[in-house]
Design a protein around this ligand. Structure first.
Ligand code: ADP
Ligand code: GLC
Length: 500
């Protein structure tokens, strides 16, 4: 079976969050399972060189923005075949995939990701200019949402279409004048098409025109069918419930494993977690300018600072937590008000709080290894990878019970501790007081080193490797191919509703 996997970011070539980690890791597991695949991403500045890519086809000039060239290269490190959409006017510039270096959205994101969707569709057509043609097109998030719409509009034979939602909050909304500019039919600009409150929604295009929809945890698959989590699309999703399922993300342990992590001050595993983490903690405290107190519980945050992540709850909680002798190290960027709040906290309490504004892949690894407790009070969380990585590093997560956080972290209740299943701390309501109580429970157990060590061992033993999830995707792909024998893990639609 041949798979074209389209994403606007793929680790290590372009990354703003978990989507890149997924797009850089799930295809490796699918390849291991026997799929013949191509990854597809825009040729952002510098990417073609890193991937050692060369021209294989001219896709033409659909939007009057210059010819679009298809480049073929390889993903660094694992050598998966990679296709890059090269259009210098749209993609060859400094800054991030979606925003300039000041954090302002690119004004031409409509055309940039219109082109990505168009190219994914064009390369999936029977008369594509490239000989290799996919049996399945797997598109991810709004940036690739138009691909299913194009294929439906063009109407000829097409591959099976899978669309994965990584975050309902980002919907790619643009003015309707774009419809003819993109070469899409006006008939699709309707309530049962990609129209959304008088705008064109790239996300809705994916939700309406793909054959199967997935999201990245079973709980989130249920949540997004409700008004609280559906960001206005709950009705569309409820209509498609029979084709919607949740497949939990995995972790790439080749990159996120303290035993072989090249960013650390010495590796460690389950057998030597105590000395291993002590060395990494001391080095981290030194690096961040925090006092080197070995038994001060070190809380860490590695996060985008957006409403989603709930980090605005943390400053209010910190005085009480600091009073218990804890330290906090934050790595994050996003909303200026949140960045400022943590900078102010660090200035007021330099012996307890360190703030690193920005994006730093290597520091993220060192925080995972040197921290004791990871904080993730997300208001919603489609899956969340950071808490999955934290568990492998013996850094116990404190999480709001939502989405993938609820599906991956087992709360340290009395019973779960006794049974050896507890892996972290959960709280029910996204409020400062509930969050504080969960942090205090964690610090309380941290003060009992033997119990803490047992929890760490439970967490480190969890296996969130990609192979299981890859088997679920494989079964889903097979279900769309009449010529493929069924097999693997059956796809489970998320038709049951959440308890009130
Ligand atoms: P999301 O995709 O919503 O941001 P995830 O938990 O799924 O959340 O994935 C976040 C990914 O981004 C992880 O790999 C995490 O280490 C990384 N990350 C987030 N913020 C930063 C940062 N400021 N610097 C470095 N890595 C970060
Ligand atoms: C999104 C979600 C996050 C998820 C990631 C990868 O960024 O916010 O929860 O883990 O995508 O699927």
């Amino acid at each position: 079976m041949k798979l074209l996997f389209a994403s606007s970011e793929i680790f290590p070539l372009a990354k703003t969050g978990g989507l890149a980690d997924v797009a850089g890791a799930l295809p490796i597991a699918l390849h291991r399972a026997g799929l013949d695949l191509r990854l597809l991403m825009p040729a952002y500045r510098g990417v073609a060189r890193q991937a050692e890519a060369r021209k294989i086809a001219n896709l033409g000039d659909p939007f009057g923005l210059g010819d679009t060239i298809l480049l073929e290269g390889r993903l660094p490190d694992n050598h998966l075949p990679l296709w890059l959409i090269d259009n210098p006017r749209l993609f060859d510039r400094d800054g991030g995939p979606y925003q300039d270096s000041q954090g302002v959205d690119w004004p031409d994101n409509d055309m940039r990701f219109g082109l990505l969707g168009w190219a994914a569709a064009r390369l999936s057509q029977a008369n594509s200019p490239v000989a290799w043609k996919p049996d399945i097109l797997h598109a991810n998030d709004w940036q690739t949402g138009l691909a299913p719409a194009y294929l439906k509009a063009w109407g000829d034979s097409r591959p099976g279409l899978v669309f994965t939602i990584h975050n309902m909050a980002y919907q790619g909304l643009f003015p309707p004048a774009l419809v003819p500019r993109l070469g899409l039919p006006w008939s699709f600009y309707a309530m049962e098409g990609f129209e959304y409150w008088s705008q064109l929604s790239y996300l809705k295009a994916g939700l309406v025109y793909a054959d199967k929809l997935t999201t990245v945890s079973p709980t989130y698959a249920r949540e997004i069918q409700t008004p609280a989590y559906g960001f206005g699309m709950q009705g569309v999703l409820a209509d498609r419930a029979a084709d919607l399922g949740g497949i939990l993300n995995g972790a790439d342990y080749a990159i996120w494993d303290p035993a072989r992590d090249r960013h650390l001050h010495g590796g460690y595993g389950i057998g030597d977690v105590r000395p291993g983490k002590a060395a990494n903690k001391a080095a981290l405290q030194r690096e961040l300018g925090l006092p080197q107190i070995p038994d001060a519980p070190l809380l860490v945050v590695i996060s985008r600072l957006s409403d989603q992540k709930g980090m605005d709850l943390l400053p209010a909680v910190m005085p009480a937590v600091i009073a218990q002798g804890a330290q906090l190290a934050v790595l994050g960027s996003g909303q200026a008000s949140q960045e400022q709040a943590f900078l102010a906290l660090a200035e007021a309490c330099p012996d307890h709080v360190a703030m690193h504004v920005g994006y730093a892949e290597d520091l993220a690894h060192r925080l995972q290894a040197g921290g004791d407790i990871l904080l993730m009070p997300s208001r919603y969380e489609p899956c969340g990878l950071t808490q999955i990585y934290a568990m492998r590093y013996g850094t116990l997560p404190v999480v709001h019970m939502t989405g993938g956080l609820a599906d991956t972290v087992v709360d340290a209740t009395y019973d779960a501790i006794l049974q050896g299943t507890a892996t972290g701390f959960r709280f029910d309501q996204p409020t400062a007081s509930a969050f504080q109580w969960a942090i205090e429970r964690a610090i309380g157990l941290y003060r009992h080193p033997d119990q803490w060590a047992r929890l760490q061992a439970n967490a480190m033993r969890q296996d969130f490797g990609w192979d299981h999830s890859a088997a679920e995707y494989l079964a889903l792909y097979r279900s769309l191919r009449s010529d493929e024998p069924p097999g693997g893990v059956p796809f489970r639609p998320q038709t049951e509703t959440l308890p009130p």
